[in-house]
Design a binder for this molecule. Structure first.
Ligand SMILES: NC(=O)c1ccc[n+]([C@@H]2O[C@H](COP(=O)([O-])OP(=O)(O)OC[C@H]3O[C@@H](n4cnc5c(N)ncnc54)[C@H](O)[C@@H]3O)[C@@H](O)[C@H]2O)c1
Length: 324
């Protein structure tokens, strides 16, 4: 199959592309390499992490990269016409809850208008399945645990979460009116090698190595269903293959870890104790996220990597990539 992946140079996009190519699929990657975080890391995911896949190898998988913006309909139309993809994985977005409070218009523009453009073109070009990134943040301050897809998600607490909820609503319209199969994936705190520099694992590892204090939100009283990027990629592909007419699904690890457990694992792997600066809960952030993953399990997926192995892999990657 030929799969168009928006945000293909991103953390999740590059990991998903690699898994698809390993099984012989062709990937068409779109990314605008914006500077929300160091674009060099995005370029290196293409140059180093996806090295060797530029040309069709014996195994058949390969990728083509298009640099452009998902708000640019003419650019997207050209890519769809030239490549004629079978399916779409739409991951390009402005991510990051806190940054969205400072740039709400940018988040709305990219995350909502960009998604409308891709849904329109997917209908026009008869795409067989449209899988897109939603987020666990749509649950806001949900009081019922674990978070189930059946829970009401009408009360987001950040512009970012509101854009992801809007994407789910738009996808429903396109599935209903045009019968475009769509699956929205509510990713729960993704971590792993080639991860994002704005996320806790990266920031903590960087500061522990350099002896700087780490900022521990809500005085450490937080927990997350941390989800390893490899499991995220395999779950994304599971739903890509399932071709469901319309679905929204949680995709998260099967263990809830406290922030302090998470920090403990990083300390163990870095081989140094963290200097901790206790902080209040930032605006827009939530105390706990726990995923009910029964729906995705029914399709045969299960998470396989827990934080002991996952953080070890991250720290090893970090040391090699940054020469620490
Ligand atoms: N990482 C997580 O924990 C997490 C959790 C929930 C949801 N998500 C969602 O998953 C998706 C992928 O996240 P990620 O962690 O890989 O983030 P990422 O920032 O590494 O990847 C997103 C990619 O999209 C690209 N992009 C952004 N705006 C674009 C535009 N206008 N045109 C073209 N490309 C554009 C960026 O350059 C980046 O490479 C996002 O939609 C994000 O909101 C991620």
């Amino acid at each position: 199959m030929k799969i168009l992946i928006t945000g293909g140079a991103g953390f999740i996009g590059s990991a998903t592309a690699k898994q698809l190519m390993d099984r012989g699929d062709k990937a068409v990657l779109i990314d605008n390499f914006n500077n929300y975080y160091d674009p060099r890391l995005k370029r290196d995911r293409i140059k180093i992490f996806l090295k060797g896949y530029e040309k069709p190898a014996r195994r058949g998988g390969s990728f083509k990269l298009y640099t452009g913006d998902i708000r640019d309909v003419k650019f997207l139309e050209k890519v769809f016409q030239k490549e004629r993809p079978d399916k779409v994985i739409h991951l390009a977005a402005m991510a990051g809850v806190r940054n969205s409070l400072e740039h709400p218009a940018l988040y709305a523009d990219i995350n909502i208008m960009g998604t409308v453009n891709l849904l329109e073109l997917s209908v026009k070009h008869k795409i067989k399945n449209f899988v897109y990134a939603s987020s666990s943040s749509v649950y806001g301050n949900n009081k019922k645990f674990p978070f189930s897809e059946k829970d009401n998600v009408d009360t987001p607490i950040s512009p970012y979460a509101a854009t992801k909820k809007a994407d789910e609503l738009l996808a429903h319209v396109y599935s209903h009116i045009y019968k475009l199969p769509t699956t929205g994936l509510r990713y729960f705190t993704v971590y792993g090698p080639w991860g994002r520099p704005d996320m806790a694992l990266f920031l903590f590892t960087e500061n522990i190595f350099s002896g700087k204090p780490i900022l521990v939100n809500n005085h450490g009283k937080m927990s997350r269903n941390f989800t390893y990027v490899y499991d995220i990629a395999s779950g994304t592909i599971t739903t890509l293959d399932a071709d469901l007419p319309y679905a929204v699904m949680n995709i998260g690890g099967d263990r809830e870890n406290t922030l302090m457990e998470f920090i403990g694992e990083i300390e163990k792997n870095v081989g140094k104790k963290a200097k901790m600066k206790m902080m209040p809960l930032p605006l827009g952030d939530v105390i706990s996220t726990v995923a009910d993953i029964k729906k995705l399990r029914k399709l045969g997926w299960k998470p396989t990597t827990h934080i002991d192995k996952g953080i070890k892999n991250f720290v090893e990657w970090y040391q090699e990539y940054y020469g620490v």
